[in-house]
Ligand binder design. Structure first.
Ligand code: UN1
Length: 506
């Protein structure tokens, strides 16, 4: 798809720019200095947001139902153009959105920039996919005297429930996909990040999505439950915990009404396997990125590292060494690598896990974090992978040693988690890599690199089992699940054909 490289990559920001005026040189300023000044100027005051009532949630569904007729009949190119315009608007207001992502989402500059880029990519990618998939009917083969065509249409009202960890990218990705497929949408963002969602909705409306086709409802899980229980919902797209995905499934199944699809992307107990042939420096760098960046608050993040025994001591030491370099603190400080966790509740849950691990496992490393909503990176060594029984959504790494001859047990342990989202492999033996890939049911596998930051259209993202239902976000099959298929078969012999036959006889 068209690429407008207007959101710089973090590295681009360090290139010096020269400013000349009337022959007087002012000295060097970097694009980074400018961006930081713009972001600082744009930093919003976070005013309280009022939650919707269940009645308002019902009213939003009714309004979206009314809006469906017009939006579903809007031409594909018009729908796509609105999403492309939204991407353009996002990029032209990048300082504003970065400031908001930092203030409300606790994102570091690196993470905010990547998220902004991902959000714009989702809009453009789904617009491009939508032009192909919804632009025209597909004519199907059939006998003479019959014409057959297959068309894709919107389902109706889609409810989109999104998480706080990608409050812009996942929010917009879900909404863009549902809209592109011709659905009207009621979006319910995480209760921790309603302001980013509100701004994203305003931007979509400004870009040309009719008010009647897109509605925002803020509130916690109770509002989400009210939305999914509503009889007029035609589909649900959800990213968040496995537990909530199950609850949504139960709600949808209990309704006396149409069978409603759920597209869910949930959690993971994601593993990495590093064998004795892996490059230790690279393992250390990739482990630190995968486990601790974004404060470990990604569903793709590394939780469980299996290291071959022969190299384990050295590897763990190098990983701890790399982790020691991380600066934890204020996300608006450009030197910060790891920002805060999302809220106090998250911090308490993580602190409790750390306390439990301290008594059950061997502590190899504990970083230092400032006062407040911060959790320092920790590295624990477990004697058995089964000690980690749930997804721990923070910067805590669990290491397990294995012997080369027991690789099959490592794969069994991964299978026993029943999740299947991401997997990292560090090895220089092709047979080992292939054998692992062959035996795991994992959605996204990364070999000899880090395992986060799936790129839209490059690494379509999503998993199996406890990790979700698919299809993969940012992939070529995603939009189809938001739509219904309709075939029309016309007996062309009945009217024109018969007439021609009769005419021939006469
Ligand atoms: C999530 O954390 O909810 O690959 C999913 C990545 C991101 C993960 C998004 N696309 O790191």
């Amino acid at each position: 798809h068209a690429h407008h490289a207007r959101i710089p990559l973090p590295g681009d920001l360090f290139a010096p720019e020269r400013h000349n005026s009337g022959g007087i040189e002012f000295g060097e300023r970097t694009a980074l200095d400018r961006l930081l000044a713009d972001v600082k100027a744009a930093t919003p005051e976070l005013k309280p947001v009022t939650d919707a009532t269940p009645e308002q949630a019902g009213a939003a569904i009714a309004a979206a139902r009314a809006g469906f007729a017009g939006w579903s009949r809007t031409q594909t190119p018009t729908r796509a153009a609105a999403l492309e315009q939204a991407a353009h608007l996002l990029e032209s207001r990048r300082s504003h959105f970065i400031a908001l992502l930092q203030a409300e989402g606790g994102k570091t500059l690196d993470d905010a920039l990547s998220e902004l880029r991902e959000a714009a990519d989702f809009c453009r990618y789904y617009a491009a996919q939508g032009r192909k998939l919804f632009g025209q009917e597909t004519s199907m083969p059939g006998p003479t005297g019959e014409s057959n065509a297959l068309a894709m249409r919107g389902r109706g009202v889609f409810v989109a429930i999104s998480p706080w960890n990608f409050p812009l990218a996942i929010f917009l990705g879900q909404v863009a996909a549902a809209l592109m497929a011709g659905n009207s949408v009621v979006a319910k963002p995480a209760e921790q990040t309603p302001r980013i969602a509100r701004e994203a909705v305003a931007l979509l409306h400004e870009a040309g999505i009719p008010n009647s086709a897109l509605h925002l409802v803020t509130g916690d899980g109770r509002i989400g439950a009210a939305l999914t229980a509503h009889p007029d919902v035609a589909g649900v797209v959800f990213t968040g915990s496995t537990e909530v995905a199950r609850a949504i499934n139960r709600t949808l199944a209990a309704k006396d009404g149409p069978i409603v699809p759920l597209i869910a992307e949930t959690g993971g107990i994601n593993a990495m396997i590093a064998d004795a042939t892996a490059l230790p420096e690279q393992v250390a760098d990739d482990v630190v990125t995968s486990a601790f960046r974004s404060a470990g608050q990604r569903c793709s993040a590394l939780r469980l590292l299996f290291v071959q025994e022969d190299v384990a001591d050295r590897m763990i030491e190098m990983i701890a060494g790399a982790a020691r370099e991380l600066k934890i603190g204020d996300p608006s400080d450009v030197a910060t690598h790891v920002g805060p966790v999302i809220d106090l509740e998250a911090k308490q849950r993580l602190d409790a896990h750390i306390a439990r691990m301290k008594s059950e496992a061997r502590l190899h490393f504990a970083g230092t974090a400032p006062q407040g909503c911060f959790v320092a990176p920790h590295i624990f060594e477990l004697t058995d992978a089964g000690q980690l029984t749930e997804e721990v959504f923070g910067p805590i790494l669990h290491v397990v040693r294995y012997r080369a001859e027991n690789l099959a047990r490592v794969l069994q342990a991964i299978e026993r988690t029943s999740y299947g989202l991401t997997l990292g492999i560090h090895s220089r033996i092709d047979d080992t890599i292939e054998a692992i890939i062959d035996r795991v049911q994992v959605g996204n596998i990364y070999v000899n690199r880090n395992m986060i930051g799936a790129v839209v259209g490059v690494q379509p993202f999503g998993g199996n089992g406890l990790s979700g239902t698919g299809p993969k976000a940012g992939g070529p099959h995603y939009l189809a699940r938001f739509a219904t298929e309709q075939t029309v078969t016309i007996n062309t012999a009945a009217a024109g054909g018969n007439a021609a036959l009769l005419a021939g006889e006469e």
